[in-house]
Design a protein around this ligand. Structure first.
Ligand SMILES: Cc1cc2nc3c(=O)[nH]c(=O)nc-3n(C[C@H](O)[C@H](O)[C@H](O)COP(=O)(O)OP(=O)(O)OC[C@H]3O[C@@H](n4cnc5c(N)ncnc54)[C@H](O)[C@@H]3O)c2cc1C
Length: 324
């Protein structure tokens, strides 16, 4: 059975308080503005996430957790998997001294601004990372030298059987842009922040946000960094290049376009949808860019963007299919 099956949709509607939309175009839920239709459930609270997971598990239907869709490439054909969209309903905030608890569906930029205004540092640098708290923890998102792993103390997750667990930070194998959290959905995270002068923090937030707007195609449909920065040998690369963006730029890829998707002339690690771009265009551009960097510099770039298959699986970071 797939999540498109009318019997599955009808029984899910009965089981959950959240809204279930069928045949919902996913392009509206991805910052790339790419993705075909799927059955999407919008949980009304944490218990609804567990219900949706149990329901899918019992019916043999695969699922995919979606936050603000700012680091995913969703397939043109849409998903056979059930899309569980985390947003409102999982947007609680509470604090006690330097400890803060955030629902997985909260936008990270909101969290950055709110904690800065309250005089707490540690997440304020996330103002330019346009995803959710859950997506940030799952991806170990970060910027300007800060990442979620620096502040996370505990994460409440739910597994495919619909069972909640609280994981301590030591149990989460955080690495650069990875949490190692597999086959679970993040419901909430507890973080430890530290006190700082609110006016200074708010000024830093404004400066970082302006820097973002100047240096990246922030207002165009895109998914942030396409590739992670390469793991170079000690001593670095003979060219002196370090980041994925620098390698792509030095390979003369800025402005290179396939179909309606372009390597941003502003920042080479951002691929932008010029309007009407498809997942297939992005896949072909990824392969082309990767081949060109490998041929010129002998460096193999790995994907940061999560390329999703119609079954809801994330494709390997070192290769994508270009046959659709
Ligand atoms: C303009 C722009 C700038 C960006 N800048 C940065 C940056 O500076 N640094 C950086 O690290 N990233 C950056 N990104 C990428 C992106 O914003 C982050 O990776 C973000 O944390 C993704 O969150 P999301 O809610 O959008 O996740 P989605 O894109 O919806 O999902 C990404 C992955 O997380 C999983 N996921 C989402 N929510 C949950 C959950 N609750 N539980 C379990 N798994 C979940 C999904 O299944 C998927 O595998 C940028 C993106 C854009 C568009």
């Amino acid at each position: 059975m797939t999540a498109r099956d009318p019997r599955f949709i009808a029984s899910l509607r009965e089981a959950t308080r959240g809204e279930v939309r069928e045949n919902e175009p996913l392009a509206g839920y991805s910052t790339f503005r790419i993705g075909g239709p799927a059955t999407v459930v919008f949980p009304a609270g944490p218990e609804d996430v567990a219900i949706a997971l149990r329901h899918a598990d019992n019916a043999g239907v695969s699922w995919f957790a979606l936050g603000l869709g700012s680091n995913v490439l969703l397939p043109d054909a849409g998903l056979e998997a059930l899309v569980i969209r985390l947003g409102k309903g999982l947007d609680g905030v509470r604090s006690d001294g330097d400890r803060w608890w955030f629902g997985a569906g909260l936008p990270a930029p909101l969290v950055a601004r709110q904690t800065a205004a309250a005089g707490f540092a540690g997440l304020h640098k996330m103002v330019g990372v346009p995803g959710t708290v859950g997506g940030g923890v799952f991806m170990n998102a970060g910027c300007h030298g800060a990442e979620w792993a620096d502040v996370v103390q505990r994460v409440t997750v739910v597994d495919p059987n619909g069972v909640d667990r609280v994981l301590d930070r030591e149990e989460i194998p955080f690495r650069y842009r990875r949490s190692g959290l597999e086959r679970v959905i993040v419901l909430e995270t507890e973080v430890a922040l530290h006190q700082a002068e609110p006016a200074l923090l708010e000024q830093e937030v404004r400066d970082l946000f302006e820097w973002r707007q100047r240096g990246t195609p922030f207002n165009q449909p895109c998914c942030g960094s396409t590739f992670t920065n390469p793991d170079l040998p000690p001593g670095g690369h003979p060219s002196g290049l370090r980041s994925a963006g620098q390698f792509l730029d030095a390979a003369d890829l800025k402005g290179y376009t396939i179909g309606r998707v372009q390597v941003s002339p502003l920042h080479a690690n951002y691929f932008v949808n010029l309007g009407g771009g498809t997942a297939d265009d992005v896949r072909r551009l990824i392969e082309h860019a990767r081949d060109r960097v490998r041929d010129r510099f002998g460096v193999r770039l790995e994907l940061e963007v999560k390329v999703v298959s119609p079954a809801g699986e994330i494709e390997p970071t070192d290769g994508v299919r270009t046959d659709g």
